[in-house]
Design a protein around this ligand. Structure first.
Ligand SMILES: [Zn+2]
Length: 171
């Protein structure tokens, strides 16, 4: 888990539409993403949700850990499997602020994640439709339900501002 205070669940009593629920959890992922910038991490965040509760949340740790595989989705999946003590996450939804890369899309399929909701599209590395679609590859044995572009603009601005502030070229 990160240092960010998480709203760990959405009350069942609230009559929320699926869109409102998705938006709530995407905003949780965005808050976690932004928290990573304190450590100079690119602001990408993910939360793993079972029912209406967050069971894992992570931002990128590539810089802090000097680990090329330290992506938010991968860490959230690992934490989620540990929290549930099982490798199948077929009753979970993963919310992530950026379209998953090949590595993370592969991990999502392996973990049998039921549903993936992502924010901004990633034309340079996205494997949920941009470059290719590993998440919904017809020959793989699991195909999650995928929804892209939720709070797309806000998730994209978060990234572009990060690179502008540091005058870094976007990767
Ligand atoms: Zn990734």
């Amino acid at each position: 888990m990160t240092e960010v205070e998480l709203a760990t669940s959405v009350p069942h009593s609230l009559e929320l539409t699926r869109f409102a629920i998705d938006e709530q959890f995407m905003r949780n992922a965005m808050a976690i993403a932004l928290d990573g910038t304190r450590h100079n991490e690119v602001p990408i965040g993910a939360v793993l949700v079972q029912g209406r509760s967050i069971i894992a949340g992570a931002n990128n740790r590539t810089v802090r850990d000097q680990d090329a595989t330290g992506h938010a989705e991968l860490i959230a999946i690992r934490e989620g499997c540990a929290a549930l003590d099982r490798w199948r996450l077929d009753d979970c939804t993963l919310y992530v602020t950026l379209e998953p890369c090949a590595m993370c899309a592969g991990a999502i399929v392996l973990a049998r994640v039921k549903r993936v909701v992502f924010g901004a599209w990633d034309e340079k590395a996205g494997m949920a439709g941009s470059i290719n679609d590993l998440l919904r590859h017809p020959r793989l044995n699991h195909m999650p339900e995928v929804q892209g572009g939720l709070l797309e603009d806000e998730c994209a601005v978060m990234l572009s501002e990060f690179f502008e502030d540091r005058r870094l070229p976007a990767p």
